[in-house]
Design a protein around this ligand. Sequence first.
Ligand SMILES: [Zn+2]
Length: 185
Amino acid sequence: MDLKAVFFDRDGVVNKDFGYVYKQEDFIFLEGIFEVLEFFKKRGYLLILVTNQSGIGMGYYTIEDFKELSQYMQKEIKKRLRFNFDGIYFCPHTAQEECLCRKPNPGMIQKAIKDFKINVSESILIGDRIRDIEAAHHAGIKYKILLQNAVYQEDIKTLTKENIEYCFQAKYLKEIVNIISNEVR
Ligand SMILES: [Zn+2]
């Protein structure tokens, strides 16, 4: 049987987005993220991180910096919840490189779908940018949640008609629990 998954964007969803976060001291978990992770874990979802990390391609930090920070993140989540992300996928390229992994392209999500044999029709993506929602749409992920935090506040209305189906807006992470309880059977 195929597994269902929740795909999480990182900066602005898991942690505060200060732009090109790569140091431990700048990695601040957002209010409500642990509750959301636990909610989905209890319901049998895989937890997958998919993150654009163009700071690597720009030379602001290295792949090793990113991996070290990921280890820190995983360790901190595990301390609180006794589990953590099942998979972490990142794109190190700049927008100019026109790769297939950088969101809004679906490459990272598609790779995870293959690696874990994920059923897209039962899966969810949570992001704070329209490009996250578009990447999910391109990969066939059914449910999309646009988190409208203080940094970007991108509007769901800028999505095309076909993308907007099963796309929900949440102002706070904790709202996601209600949305999914009501919308996903
Ligand atoms: Zn890439």
